[in-house]
Each structure stands twice: as C-alpha cells, then as structure tokens.
Design a protein. Structure first.
Length: 468
C-alpha cells in the first residue's frame, strides 16, 4: 500500500481502493483490518457489503459475518454467488450457522443446507432439531475432550492435535468410555501439572453442565453465577454433546433484553431490527396489544357509567378522576418494570414472592401516603386562595371531606397499583408465561379500572349523606 494511501482514514482508503476495482489490493486491504473495523465498513457502505465479504479470505469473512445483524447477513447471502456462500457457511462455527439459519424461511434453509459439506450438514440438521430457544441450538460440537486415565503429557498432545478446530481451549472436558461427562479442567491447571501425573489426580469434581433442552435464558443465568467462559452440554443421560461459549450467551442476553423492553412497552417482540421489519408485520405486532388494551379500557367507561349518579350529585369528584387513575397506573407500571427486570437478571425468583409482596405493600403505603398528603394540601391551598379572593370557589363548604377523599383514595390506589404490578409478573411466571407480558400499559389499564372503584368507594364513605 502506498504511503499516500496509508495517511488517509480507513473509509477514505476503502473508497479509493473500491474505485480501482483491484480485487487483489482490496483483498489484502480488508484482510489486514480488524474484524470490527470491517464490520463498520459494512455498516457505512451497505451497497458494498457483498463485495467486502466476497473479497476477504473465507476465515476472516466468517468472523465478520457472524457479528453482523441478521438483516445484513440476509442481504449478503442474497448477493453472494453459491460457491462463496457455500465456503462461508461451511466455515462458520456450527452454533453461529444454526443461529443464522433459524431466522430464515424454511424454503431458504433447505436450499442453503444443500450447499454444506456432508459432515457440516449433519451437524446443522442435528442442532436445528432441538427446540427453539434451547441450549441445543447454541452449542458447538467443536471442543477438546480427554479421558481421566490420560497423563498430563497425553492431554497436552491431544490439545496440540485437536485444539485447532475447537471453539475454545480454555477448558478441557473429561469423559469416560461411554461418553459421559466426568469433569472439566482449566488449561492453566493442565499446564502447571507434572507431565507424568494422571489427569484423574488433578480433577476436582466440581463440573457445571447444561442440559441440551435447557432454556437459553436459564443458561445465561448459569454462566453468570459460575463465571465461566464455556460450559459443557449434556443430554438426559449425561452424554457430552457439545459446549456453549460466553459469546453466545452475550447474544442471548442482548436478544432477551430487547424482547423484554419491547414487551414492557406493550408490543410483541419484533424478532427483527425495527427498520428492517415489514410495515404490515410491524402493525400486526403492535395492533394486537393495542386492541386488548383498548377493550380493557372500555371497562373504565363501564365503571364511570356505574358511578354516574355519584358524579351527577358531586361533579367535583370528576375533577380528580385523571389524577387518581394516572397515579395508580404509574405506581403499577413502576412496580411491574422493577420486578420484570429483577426476575430477568435473577435477583427475584418465584420463592421470593412473599418478600416482594411485603416490600411492595410497605412501598405502596409509603408512596401512596406521600401522594395523598400532596393531594390533600393541593386542595387545602386552593381553598385558602379562594378565601383570599384569588380564585373562584371550586370545592364548596365540604372541601375538607373532599381533600380527605382524595388523600385516602391515593393511598388505596397506589397501594393496589404497586401490589398488582409486582405480583402479576410472578403469577405469570408461575403459570409458565413470560413475565414481560405484564407490561406497563397492561398493568396501567388494570389499575385504571380498579382505581375508579377504590376512589368512588372512599368517596361514598366520606361523603355519604352530605354530597352523595
């Protein structure tokens, strides 16, 4: 590369080289860059994404391909010739290849699987056969295993022979003659042990494994609790099938986080980048929940109609309806978001339901009391301003009872909101549903309806025989 070209930024160098159409120079340039820098070039120049991947060595192209968004991966596969696509898919680690294929239509998957080598095709079909969102979809069969009767010298020889194609060699897995997982050992412990020592003499028996049918979210929690870079995957008979690495868990955590945020916002998980999802599919994802929430909000109108006589007798009560409803909905939304997030990271489990309830009852009473006092003093200050002729009389001679009605209603509504918002995710989890379904809009809608009942019930207690 010329000195003048080296002085330019990465983007400027690429722009000049792409204009020359010198494939050899472009190939050398791309192969000399960091994987992340090449991914940035694809992000900035999407019109050249197929050309960029196609001009790289297959190993580096696969490394770039697996860190791209699914939409970019799909676009690249569309423009690459079959020969290059075959090279790329065969080079991809089995878990990354499976992760990509499961996002495609079945007809496309069939065509792409035909491009794989027989051995890679067998592995891919095996991984695709496991349930969606299971650990089996994430695992790779590329790992190093040894036997407990091997000496350290034999273990090192095995590592030298087979580790080249392994996903990671930070941990070596120990099996018996039946293929059952016995233990795992860090490469550090192997290197530091004496060559003539038997492997079984340095094992500690503290192996942590995942079942092939475990949920990916559960696997993420196991990684977090055990601080591992890789974990073995076994079947129901403890036969070692593969390993899952921490980079796969990072992608899972990112996907789960995105799904939970979307569900908390009151929509179905999009499963695709926002700008890439078809318009009508986006409407479909959002319309369902909006219709459910709309129909639920109709109950609010029904509740208002039920208390129509009370509202007609004391119109002043209607002034505070938005205040009461929003306070209950906001407190419920806060509680549900906190509990969903705590459950997602493992801070709260089903066993903690009583602790959560007790904590949220106290929180609801405290927060409700704070808002209740503010509501009470709002009416008090308004009344004082009326007495001094600053504003018109709004609450009449019974302003004190109205103030107590609003204050105690806020305590009840906020308490109910926090209790509903915190318990609903736990109930859904216990029923086997996704806790994120108890989204903030859903909880707010639930509390809106019940909040009206609480408000007018409290009003009836304070104002019976006076305004009602």
């Amino acid at each position: 590369m010329s000195l003048e070209l080296e002085k330019l930024s990465l983007e400027e160098q690429f722009e000049q080289l792409i204009q020359t159409e010198d494939k050899l120079a472009i190939r050398d340039f791309l192969n000399d860059q960091n994987i992340s820098d090449v991914a940035e070039l694809i992000n900035k120049y999407p019109e050249y994404e197929g050309q960029i991947i196609g001009n790289m060595s297959v190993h580096r192209a696969a490394s770039v391909f697996k860190i791209l968004d699914i939409a970019q991966q799909k676009d690249i596969i569309k423009v690459l010739p079959n020969s290059k696509t075959a090279e790329l898919l065969n080079e991809l680690p089995a878990d990354d290849r499976t992760d990509f294929l499961e996002e495609l239509p079945k007809s496309v998957i069939r065509d792409l699987i035909k491009l794989l080598d027989p051995e890679e095709r067998k592995i891919t079909l095996s991984l695709l056969g496991y349930p969606e969102d299971s650990v089996g979809r994430l695992m790779t069969p590329d790992y190093v295993y040894v036997y407990a009767y091997n000496t350290i010298e034999e273990v090192l020889a095995t590592i030298r022979k087979f580790a080249k194609n392994s996903e990671t060699v930070d941990v070596i897995y120990v099996i018996n003659e039946r293929g059952e997982l016995v233990d795992d050992i860090r490469i550090r412990d192997v290197i530091l042990a004496l060559p003539e020592k038997k492997l079984e003499d340095v094992l500690d028996g503290r192996v942590v494994a995942l079942n092939v049918n475990d949920d990916q979210e559960h696997a993420s929690q196991v990684f977090k609790m055990n601080n591992r870079v890789a974990l073995p995957v076994v079947d129901d008979y403890n036969i070692l099938l593969g390993i899952v690495t921490i980079d796969d868990m990072l992608w899972v955590a990112n996907e789960e986080f995105s799904e939970d945020i979307q569900k908390i916002g009151g929509t179905e998980a999009l499963d695709e980048p926002y700008l890439d999802i078809p318009f009508f599919k986006l409407i479909q994802k959002r319309a369902g929940w909006l219709i459910v929430l709309f129909l639920s909000e109709m109950l609010t109108a029904t509740a208002m109609a039920f208390f129509a006589d009370e509202i007609a007798k004391a119109v002043v009560l209607s002034i505070f309806v938005p205040l009461i409803m929003s306070s209950g909905g906001n407190s419920g939304s806060q509680a549900s978001t906190l509990i969903i997030q705590a459950m997602a990271v493992g801070d709260v489990t089903l066993r903690d339901w009583w602790r959560v309830m007790r904590r949220e009852v106290l929180s609801g009473l405290t927060l409700g009391s704070i808002l209740g006092v503010i509501g009470f003093f709002r009416i008090f200050i308004w009344h004082e301003l009326m007495n001094h002729g600053v504003i018109d009389d709004l609450y009449g001679p019974h302003w004190m009872l109205i103030a107590f009605t609003v204050g105690f209603s806020l305590i009840g509504v906020v308490l109910w909101g926090t209790l509903s918002g915190s318990m609903l995710p736990i109930v859904l989890k216990r029923a086997g549903a996704d806790p994120a379904v108890s989204s903030a809009p859903f909880v707010a809608t639930l509390v809106d309806v019940t909040g009206l009942v609480i408000y007018f019930s409290v009003a009836f207690l304070f104002l019976k025989g006076i305004l009602l």
